[in-house]
Ligand binder design. Structure first.
Ligand code: SF4
Length: 327
């Protein structure tokens, strides 16, 4: 995907909306055990207009019905099983696993998945796991676990964690990077095109972990002779691991300063000073990330620079989502 197509992809999502899987109850569907739902207003009021949601309820799919007996994770002989809370011989572990694998045909179309927290089917982490009557928050929902096993690089997040500004931005950023990755490998993949993709994402990587970003760049530079499948698999694994790391204020400041250096000979003294001060105020927590980024964009609009114009760091996702305003 070219940079223009990439931005168009974000600015006109209706023309080509990115698909995200989602636990049905979060969209307001009455699929829960008590015939209720857990509609999430941020997801439905903000994210829904930018993505095509693919709602799915594994418990309904395996025929548990609405309303239904509640189920929970229990440890049996060192194994995690998903069983009825009242009916002792109701064990839906295998049905949920099989269900997740059977959905692979549409899972492979996705660029992200939002799961309902705490669910023995959909929970991504910290689900109650019972040994006797004592639950520990160490379980993973059976459907979620199988989904993640089948698609280890798919960005997956829980609705509860989307309330955290950093985790929210991290998830949406990964979704957009993954969507561009899928477009890259769909059309005429080559090492050269991968190096262009890398250059356009270099500052995003740097904002997550500068050392790992450098390692990835070095590895790619020495990988032109690697078999195409190995090249794709290894780059994807390294990239998604890197993007999962939280981008903190210190790493963003470092990235902003790197970008700022491209303006070194182009700005007047007072503009340079203002930019430095704004980055410093961001570093000290006095301004959100959107402020230095907006100022940088303003200067690069007046002083176009091909390397920066093509980078996604300053436009990682649609501005209307306002995800940089709270970082
Ligand atoms: S958490 Fe998952 S299984 Fe439970 S109601 Fe929601 S979609 Fe269905």
């Amino acid at each position: 995907m070219s940079i223009d197509e990439g931005l168009n992809f974000m600015e006109n999502p209706s023309s080509n909306k990115i698909k995200i899987g989602i636990s049905s109850c979060l969209t307001g569907e009455n699929v829960r055990f008590d015939s209720g739902h857990k509609r999430n207003s941020f997801i439905m009021n903000v994210l829904a207009s930018h993505f095509q949601f693919m709602p799915f309820c594994p418990e309904v799919e395996i025929g548990l019905g609405i309303p239904r007996e509640t189920i929970r994770l229990v440890r049996v002989d060192n194994e995690t099983r998903c069983v009825g809370t009242k009916t002792k011989d109701l064990d839906v572990t295998e049905k949920l696993r099989t269900c997740a694998t059977q959905q692979g045909h549409w899972h492979q179309e996705l660029c992200g998945y939002i799961l309902k927290k705490d669910s023995p089917s959909c929970g991504m982490e910290r689900v109650r796991l019972y040994s006797g009557d004592m639950p520990e928050r160490i379980g993973v929902g059976i459907y979620a676990k199988e989904l993640i096993k089948n698609f280890p690089y798919l960005p997956v997040e829980e609705e509860g964690r989307l309330g955290d500004a950093v985790l929210r931005e991290n998830f949406i950023q990964r979704v957009f990077v993954y969507a561009r990755w899928k477009a890259l490998i769909r059309d005429d993949f080559s090492w050269k095109r991968l190096t262009e993709f890398h250059a356009n994402h270099k500052y995003i990587y740097m904002s997550h972990d500068q050392n790992e970003a450098l390692d990835l760049g070095r590895w790619l530079a020495n990988s032109s002779k690697i078999d195409s499948d190995d090249l794709q698999n290894t780059y994807l694994e390294k990239m998604m691991r890197l993007l999962k790391k939280r981008a903190d204020r210190k790493a963003h400041t470092n990235t902003l300063q790197h970008i700022q250096r491209h303006l070194k000979t182009l700005l007047e003294k007072d503009d340079k000073q203002e930019l430095q001060e704004v980055i410093e105020q961001y570093r000290n927590g006095l301004l959100p990330l959107i402020v230095p980024i907006t100022l940088l964009k303003h200067h690069f609009r007046k002083n176009p620079h091909p390397y920066i114009t093509n980078t996604y760091y300053m436009q990682p996702h649609p501005s209307e989502l306002m995800l940089l305003n709270t970082l």
